[in-house]
Design a protein around this ligand. Sequence first.
Ligand code: TA6
Length: 294
Amino acid sequence: MIAALQKFEIPGVIEFKEGLGGLARARVQTQWSQAELYLHGAQVTRFQKHGEPPLLFLSERARFEPGKAIRGGIPICFPWFGSRAGDVAHGFARLNEWEVTGTSALPRGAVQLHLRLPELPAAKAWPSFSVEYRVSIGQELKVELAVTNCSSAEQLEFEACLHSYFTVGNVSQIAIHGLRGTAYHDKLAENALRTETNDSIQISSQTDRSYFRTTAAIEVSDPVLKRIIRIEKTGSASTVVWNPWTTQILSDLGPEEYRRMVCVESGNVESDRLRLAPGQSSTLEVGMSSRSMT
Ligand code: TA6
């Protein structure tokens, strides 16, 4: 209901309107950048610095429908990551509309949006929890996902991952730095446990790797767009690198779009899953920025 969101608007900075598929969308303008966020999944679908190509990738075939995940931007995977027998992939958080709880213009010109995951029937089977999401938009993009175990007696065990899609000029020409020496499961080799031996990762085929126990910042150097994308994180032990290449067919990704995207995802998945005691909270924070390649 767009009218109810108007109280959160900041003229010329944050406006709420119906976006694609009639879904509620926030559009943000700052002196350095513009961004878009759908309440559906609290999904940031656009972040672009003025004069630069978009930092985040959004598929031309992305679907904007209740119950469907938007292909691109930053999907929030919670309370599980990956496929789950008889259930949706990557959890229910990205398939539901979140509530806006606040917006603010920060002193130095950045803008913040605060959202929370509402009570959901799908969450009934879980210990009581709350999920807050804070998005800060300025020269950089920062997102923070705070999960609290609200139950009085049960432990909350969950996975979370900010499944960020980045725009690149040509995925076969990028180099991904920061994971040397890190153990990972290779989904393309029956989840074989391997260790990254290369200083940088090149993508030349379908790639789907979950790196564990790593807090490292990642840099993606892109010689085509002549920029370096930097992804810094706190509260995260896992980094996932994914590109579908031409072999993982997705109905909401054009046949050539794999060339212009790479996912570098920050979270706590598989053996890095989190277990919160009653009353305990954990915050996953990811900062995304770009600088020109000198
Ligand atoms: O992040 C890697 C991954 O788990 C891949 O296996 C691939 O399935 C991707 O997520 C996309 O998942 P989605 O459910 O959004 O199509």
